[in-house]
Write a protein that binds this ligand. Structure first.
Ligand SMILES: CSC[C@H]1O[C@H](OP(=O)(O)O)[C@H](O)[C@@H]1O
Ligand SMILES: Nc1ncnc2[nH]cnc12
Length: 302
């Protein structure tokens, strides 16, 4: 592809395409961590700018949360030139006020995955790196998105509500939580629960890609007394409506983001340089093909 694509979208359950944009082509880069979950669809916005879309579970939803090739997904997007990713995820609500159908920009994560997902690009490279992750979502991008998503939801006119600054618990799955676990997550301060937000956000940070998550609520999980627990059937009912709103939000927000980036390019590359002091040995002396693929800013192939 001649023109670089600077913004990527990752779609979750229910969101398998950005069919509201003009499809240009598919690309399927093989990365040092294998192929991404699905070929990446490049589409153009009304302004002509290009966007890369990747379906996290595959376009036929064949990949379970524990088996998502997140390293390949992030690396493939970076190889296209992507500097900012806006990801979507279907989540359960742990709070009465966050109703199914609401949209949420989480600001914090609690990791309840079980260690079966590779969480770093540095494993097996002989180099140790520690990325800062106290704010898992790029703060400047997230603050800007709050206004932009609110505006997109108003423009859509369905009355979808937006929440910000919430805490998302990431569990292993694929089974949903027990009632006791759901109640415990509330006590921990969790507001939402999902299965895919990690390690995706950690890997984006290691790759110096700005990253924000738009969570779309589908159910109340299992904490409400006297209510039936969550089932896939219940979640499925609301996925289609959430996906339609997500497509509208993605198009609206990315068009605005790219327009602003013309005069304020830093908004797109907020994480550029964030790994600079994260390496426990000087990166310049370390030659590694995989690291040269994901972080050509610091590494060369042997
Ligand atoms: C179908 S409900 C459970 C499933 O949906 C969410 O996926 P994603 O985050 O990719 O939208 C959740 O994390 C589970 O993978
Ligand atoms: N209740 C729930 N628990 C975990 N992941 C989810 N994704 C959507 N609803 C969920």
């Amino acid at each position: 592809m001649s023109e670089k694509v600077s913004v990527g979208v990752i779609g979750g359950s229910g969101l398998y395409n950005l069919g509201n944009l003009t499809f240009v082509k598919h690309v399927n880069p093989e990365t040092p961590w294998g192929f991404p979950s699905s070929p990446i669809a490049i589409s153009s916005l009304p302004s002509g700018a290009l966007v890369a879309f990747l379906a996290r579970h595959g376009v036929d939803h064949s990949i379970s949360p524990s088996a998502i090739p997140s390293r390949a997904n992030i690396a493939a997007l970076k190889s296209l030139g992507v500097r900012t990713i806006i990801a979507f995820s279907a989540v359960g609500s742990l709070r009465e006020e966050i109703a199914p159908g609401d949209f949420v920009l989480p600001s914090q994560l609690i990791d309840r995955t079980k260690g079966v997902r590779p969480t770093t690009f540095f494993d097996g490279t002989g180099l140790v790196a520690h990325a800062g992750f106290s704010d898992p979502y790029s703060p400047r991008l997230a603050a800007w998105l709050a206004g932009a998503v609110e505006e997109a939801l108003k423009d859509e006119g369905r009355g979808v509500k937006l929440w910000t600054g919430k805490t998302l618990v990431v569990m292993e799955g694929p089974q949903f939580s027990t009632r006791a676990e759901s109640l415990m997550y509330r006590q921990w301060g969790g507001d939402l629960i999902g299965m895919t937000a990690l390690p995706e956000a950690k890997l984006a940070r290691e790759a110096e890609i700005s990253f924000a998550l738009i969570a779309t609520s589908t159910d109340y999980d299992a904490w409400r007394p006297h209510e039936a627990g969550v089932t896939a059937a219940e979640v499925g009912k609301i996925l289609k409506q959430n996906a339609e709103t997500s497509r509208h939000v993605a198009a609206h927000v990315i068009e605005r983001l790219l327009a602003i980036a013309d005069t304020d390019p830093a908004l797109l590359s907020e994480e550029a340089g964030c790994m600079q002091f994260g390496f426990m040995a000087p990166p310049g002396s370390h030659k590694n093909a995989a690291l040269a693929y994901i972080l050509p800013e610091y590494f060369q192939a042997p």
